[in-house]
Unconditional design. Sequence first.
Length: 209
Amino acid sequence: MHVMILGDGAVGKSSILKQYHNNKFTNQHIKTLGVDFIQTQYKKGEQSFDVKIWDTAGQERFKTITYQFYRQANGMIIAFDITNLESFENVKTWMNSIYKHADPSIAKVLVGNKIDLEEQRVVTKAEATKIAQEHGMDYFETSARDNINIQELLQYIMDKVYDNLYSKGTNENEEVDHGKTSIQINKRTQAQKSGAGSNNGGLGEECKC
């Protein structure tokens, strides 16, 4: 399985994945350059699947690089910052890029991050839910800082990917097998996350965007 997390720079994409992967958060912001990833496992019954979650740069100059990964993706997380109206308005731009470059039936979910900054909120939950429904998505609100809804978000998108692949009759010969699926784009690994078998491939301690 391949999942991408998209969105403007500084909305918290890397922080979401870092919190999911090793329960860490930092206020320091360092931009992702190109595409990084973490590796984890998804289990369904007796089956086990390797999952790559790609963390993408939100800056315009990296979009051409990011587009190259769209066709390989099985799931998309589109993230914005609830305290940044521009990042929410740009959700439509990110959705258009998905429609242009990815499988039209790809699993996807919208996430509003930084709910720990509720007093600075400029995007209402109703507004975000509306745009999510317009694009056939569910909507989550998260706090990477306080670890709110992070595990639930990632579990949700992996469940959606699994359901999508099997509804297609498991003809995704790269992504689905009856045993353990493994798709390698990079061999870098670190210590496993307890209970989840995660590996950190590209999200080093320095990447927080």
